[in-house]
Ligand binder design. Structure first.
Ligand code: TRP
Length: 451
């Protein structure tokens, strides 16, 4: 036992952990979804609510996840088994693993689309096309059979390749390279966007508060998105926390990841909306915003094709550092609890999840008529995971830390056995015990259409 603990792979230190965890948090959620829902739900008023959710719910749940993982030195399933043996808490671990499975199955599909768009942009396919043609290109592409599957498989193979290499030499190494690249590309796009004539309308759209648009639904959407964007509720950060050394202080790390995720989401909004407005294009909803609207924007922009290549590469990179964190949740479970080798576990799970994602890849083409509870396969996987499993997983972890774990154990973990001061402990416990569970339960019940 002692031997297997000492052989456990780990992050090399603070920066490796931050790069990997921020890489997990920063993904399609930030660059595609955040700007779009911010627009729909009233711009800056929505952003204010989102920031409050991040602070009052996201941060305590994140700190809970990291502490549980590091204390147990196990992924999400093993963590509950270790810290609360003989109790049913481990069921929450199963939910996390199921959520990972579902999310990665459709996440890989959308990430595959971004790779197709990098190639399309490299080939100059958008140059000289009008908005209708560009919109038709998207519909035509996702409606096909072989191409979306080809890119989904390609993206999943990349994810598999990195996860097989392990924590230090895989996840950490690639996150440390890819995250700075992502930041540089995003800053370049921001610079380009804000210097366009007419950019100010985009800023108004994003940052001029319009509290009249702030419905109850907007508040719930802000909470739900805080979860997805910070990679919470599935055990990603339990798993990453388990690879963190006992000498790192946890609260500052959680704070830094949260800030990085939020800043990148805001930068993505700044990169996208001023350009959309400067070229007089209506901000379209859903997948269209990134895959239809932006190629239009780039087609009208000087040197637009270069920015188009950069943008979709950025999206693919952001998706990759997130998808590896999702796969790792499942792989860690097989490695720790079934003693399968990392390589076999990763290959097997990649294969199964990719196969399971194929109906999602076909949901806009040959399987578009297939409807389960009124949703296509793609939306169903997203729906079950995001509205059901993630909130429930988040609720469990905050209740676990707030009520099940002994206060002295929580204090011991957060203070590195007394080495660092944790004056924030009462505030944290109040958030984890009361505020976060009530708020999450509200989102959850809303997702089930009960309230
Ligand atoms: N946070 C990522 C994004 O914004 C997606 C993601 C990665 C995720 N790991 C997760 C979402 C765990 C929920 C749970 O795109």
């Amino acid at each position: 036992m002692a031997n297997s603990v000492s052989q456990r792979d780990s992050f090399s230190g603070k920066y490796g952990f931050i790069a990997a965890a921020a890489g997990s948090a920063i993904g399609l959620g930030n660059i595609w979804k955040f700007p779009y829902i911010t627009g729909v739900y009233g711009g800056s008023a929505f952003i204010i609510v989102y920031l409050i959710c991040i602070l009052l719910i996201g941060l305590p749940v994140m700190l809970s996840e990291i502490s549980v993982g590091r204390r147990a030195q196990k992924g999400v399933f093993g963590a509950y088994k270790t810290l609360a043996p003989g109790t049913p808490w481990f069921f929450s671990g199963y939910m996390g693993i199921a959520a990972a499975f579902l999310i990665l199955s459709f996440y890989g599909v959308v990430a595959g689309w971004t790779m197709e768009y990098v190639v399309k942009a490299l080939a100059g396919s958008f140059t000289g096309k009008n908005p209708d043609q560009i919109s038709a290109m998207f519909g035509d592409f996702i409606g096909q059979t072989a191409r979306p599957i080809f890119w989904q498989v390609g993206f999943m193979a990349l994810t598999c390749f990195i996860v097989i290499a392990g924590i230090k030499n895989g996840i950490e190494k690639y996150s440390k390279i890819l995250m700075p690249v992502l930041l540089v590309i995003l800053l370049m796009l921001c610079l380009r966007s804000v210097t366009l004539d007419g950019a100010s309308k985009g800023f108004e759209f994003l940052f001029k508060p319009d509290f009249s648009k702030l419905s109850g639904e907007a508040i719930l959407a802000a909470m739900g998105h805080a979860f997805f964007s910070l990679s919470l509720g599935m055990g990603t950060l339990v798993t990453y926390g388990s690879y963190l050394k006992k000498t790192e202080s946890l609260a500052p790390l959680a704070g830094q990841i949260t800030i990085a995720d939020t800043v990148i989401a805001l930068l993505a909004g700044i990169a996208i909306f001023p350009a959309v407005f400067a070229f007089g294009i209506e901000p379209a909803a859903g997948p269209g915003l990134v895959f239809v609207t932006l190629p239009n924007v780039f087609a009208q922009m000087p040197l637009g094709n270069i920015f188009c290549i950069l943008f979709f590469s950025l999206l693919a990179i952001a998706a990759l550092t997130s998808s590896i964190s999702i796969l790792e949740v499942v792989v860690a479970h097989l490695v720790e609890d079934f003693k399968v080798s990392r390589k076999t576990a990763t290959l097997m799970m990649t294969l199964v999840i990719t196969l399971f994602g194929i109906p999602s890849a076909l949901s806009f083409g040959s399987l578009s008529d297939l409807s389960i509870f009124g949703l296509n396969f793609f939306d169903l996987a997203d729906h079950i995971a995001s509205n059901f499993l993630l909130p429930l997983g988040g609720l469990c972890i905050s209740l676990f830390v707030g009520w099940k774990m002994a206060r002295k154990d929580v204090a011991d973990e957060l203070s590195n056995s007394g080495a660092v001061k944790i004056a924030y402990l009462p505030v944290f416990l109040f958030l984890a015990r009361i505020v976060a569970p009530i708020a999450i339960a509200t989102v959850f019940l809303h997702g089930l259409k009960i309230i």
